[in-house]
Every structure is written in C-alpha cells, then in structure tokens.
Design a protein around this ligand. Structure first.
Ligand code: PMP
Ligand code: GLN
Length: 378
C-alpha cells in the first residue's frame, strides 16, 4: 500500500497526552480544559435528548443554532450571513477546515499556510491533491510578513489559511494587518480559510478581528469557529463555517457526503445556551485571569516568556534552561519534571527548532499552581 500521507505519524497532541498520562505529569500539552462546562449546557443537552430530539437534523444544521450564530456574527462583526444558505454546522473546526479544502482545492492547486500552523492544515491540503506552500510568520514575533505572503501568491494559489488568534503563538492580528491581507488578496482569485476557533479569547482590551468584518475578505472567506473552545466542551466536536452562499453551496456538497449531519441534541442545546451572550463575551476575562496567574508564576522561572495576546496557550523560550531541542526538551520535562508541553517545531514542516515550547493554561488554578511549583525548580 502506498500511503497517501507518507510524512504523517500520530499527532503530537496525542503523543504528549499519552506520555503525560504514563508519567503522571501535569498535562499542559494538548489544548483542552481540565474543568467542566457550565452545568446548564449539560442540562440543555439532556433536555433535548429527553424531548426526543435524537434523529438526523437538517443537513446544514439545526436552524435555531444557525440563526443564533448569524445573530452573534452580526452583533460582533457587523456582517450579515443568511442562516439558510451561508452557515453550516460541522463536527468541530477540524471537519470544517478539511471540508472547505476538499470543496475548493483541485489537484495541483497551491494553498498558502503561515508557519507555524495547526497540524491538520498541510495533510488536509495534500489529501485534496493540493500543494501546501509554507510561508513563515516573522521569526520571534510570529506576525504576518506581507512581503513574503505576496511573493508566494501565484495564479495557481487557490486559498490561504489564516489563524488568528494564533495557535501556538497567541498572536492576534490587528485590524491593520487584516486590511493589508484584504488589499493583498483583492486583485487575486485567492480564497481565504479563516480559522477563528479562539475568537473569544483575546486579552488586554484588544479585539478579535474576524475576516467577516472586512468586506474584501468576507466575500472570499470560509470563517471557521468551534464550540469546543468557546464553551469548554472540546469532546463534543461541534463547530461551524460561515461563508457566502456560492462557497457554502460547494462546502455543503462535500459536507453531506462527509458527515452529512452533526449531533442533533447538542445543536439544540447550543442554540438555547447561546441566546445569552454572557458566557462567550466573558471568556476573554476568564482566560486573561488564568494567563496572568500562569505568566506571573513563569516569571519566577528561568523560562523566558513570549507575548500572549489571545488563545489559551503560553509559549516560552527554553534556551536558558536547556540545550535540548524542543521535542527532546518536552519529553524530558514530562518525564523528569512532571509537566507536559508541546514543541513548537511540531507546527513546522521541516521541524524548525527555535527553542520555544507551548503550554496550555486552560486549567484549574490548582493545576496551574502545581505545574508552576515544578517549573520553578528548573
Ligand atoms: N484550529 C486550531 C487552530 C485549533 O487549535 C484547533 C483545536 N485543536 C482546531 C482548529 C480544531 O478544533 P475542533 O476541536 O473544534 O475540531
Ligand atoms: N487544538 C488542540 C491543541 O492545539 C489539540 C487538538 C488535537 O488534539 N488535535 O492543542
């Protein structure tokens, strides 16, 4: 058998979570909360199940949920999507991104990714028969380098994938950067896949800049989000994609033969729960408090803090602590110190190692304190 993905192994997240469990380490590796979601959300799912909402929903998703999402996007980003034709509920952001790529990328098309990037993008592009064109974010700051992006655009460029707030670096694109992207894409046919799964985790008063707020981007964008991140339910695997009707139509052609539909009772529960915007509007403050606690503790260690403007990830430079490469350092840290982290090199095609590792701070205070106690011994 010839592998369709010869360079792909088991994802770093699975590997590090397994090692953390084996070594009984504090798991700050894979990004997921170690606390539960709002009990109201569980009640809403139970209620939906008990009311018999247990069969296939409409292919594009439960209408009430699509309407709630459209209302949210209009309120926050001032763009009006039709819930009927422009919003589709997906099995998490992972399926949304794969489906968008399969829907628009033809064999031989180029798709630009900005490295470091989330590990599913490049294999997704390759599964579609496309060619991933890797453009580095600026080393050190992880900000977009528009000269390099411009140089990578060719007549074969079908799409670019942008992720802000950014995993792993925590960088949040400014309005000026989004406008620069808008100007750059304007004379081209390039589509945008905008991975906005951390849209509600942006700190220090900064605002998330959704592609849907920029007309020249919205008209060519698949905007992707994830309820797993926003409502502390990563295991539920529900997200959505918002895109203009022509793009959504192509998306749905693939979606219907990929998953067809997504979990019915969870969609009803999310529609109910999301009518109150307080939980997602309060998420940035909730995570900023965790970030601040974690950063204050890390400042007492020999790990060097990098900026964290959004997401639930904090990166650190390990150069002063160890000469090991990132991957070996993470294994050593998990095994010997008892704290799991993720090497940033896992987000690069060539394993580029800049002595930076990522911690997830979506954890209870006591978990963060326990991890800090261990890290302070470094
Ligand atoms: N994109 C990014 C940048 C992510 O960090 C994640 C979560 N790991 C995903 C997509 C996938 O989200 P989901 O769990 O909803 O599939
Ligand atoms: N998005 C999560 C992270 O970056 C993990 C998701 C996964 O395990 N695939 O840690």
């Amino acid at each position: 058998l010839t592998s369709k993905l010869p360079n792909v192994g088991t994802t770093i997240f699975t590997v590090m979570t397994a090692l953390a469990a084996e070594k009984k380490a504090v798991n700050l590796g894979q990004g997921f909360p170690d606390f539960d979601c709002d009990p109201k959300l569980v009640q809403a799912v139970t209620q939906a199940m008990q009311s018999g909402l247990n069969q296939y929903p409409p292919m594009a998703g439960v209408p009430a949920l699509r309407e709630t999402i459209a209302t949210k996007i209009q309120a926050l980003y001032a763009y009006e999507y039709s819930p009927d034709t422009e919003i589709t509920i997906t099995a998490g952001a992972t399926q949304a991104i794969l489906t968008a790529i399969l829907a628009v990328v033809h064999a031989g098309d180029e798709v630009i990714v900005l490295e470091p990037c989330y590990d599913s993008y490049v294999p997704n592009i390759e599964l579609a028969g496309g060619i991933a064109v890797r453009v580095p974010l600026t080393p050190g700051t992880f900000r977009p380098d528009f000269a390099r992006i411009a140089a990578a655009i060719t007549p074969q460029t079908r799409a670019i994938i942008v992720n802000s707030p950014h995993n792993p670096s925590g960088t949040v694109w400014t309005a000026a950067e989004m406008q620069q992207l808008e100007a750059l894409l304007k004379p081209t046919q390039t589509l945008l896949i905008s991975d906005e799964v951390y849209e509600h985790m942006v700190f220090d008063g900064q605002q998330h800049q959704s592609a849907s707020s920029f007309p020249g981007l919205a008209e060519r964008a698949f905007v992707v989000s994830s309820f797993g991140k926003t409502f502390h339910v990563t295991g539920w695997k529900v997200g959505y994609v918002a895109a203009p009707a022509a793009l959504s139509q192509e998306f749905r052609k693939v979606h219907q033969f990929n998953v067809f539909t997504v979990n019915t009772p969870v969609q009803h529960a999310l529609a109910d729960y999301m009518r109150d915007p307080a939980p997602y509007l309060g998420l940035s403050d909730f995570y900023q408090a965790k970030r601040d606690l974690f950063r204050a503790g890390l400042a007492q260690t020999r790990l060097k803090l990098l900026p964290c403007e959004g997401t639930y990830f904090q990166s650190v430079d390990i150069s002063e602590v160890s000469a090991l490469g990132e991957a070996d350092f993470c294994k050593w840290l998990t095994t010997e110190v008892g704290v799991a982290a993720i090497p940033t090199s896992a987000f690069y095609g060539n394993g580029f190692d800049q002595h930076v590792v990522r911690f997830c701070f979506a954890k209870k205070t006591e978990t963060l304190e326990l991890a800090l106690e261990k890290l302070q011994q470094l």
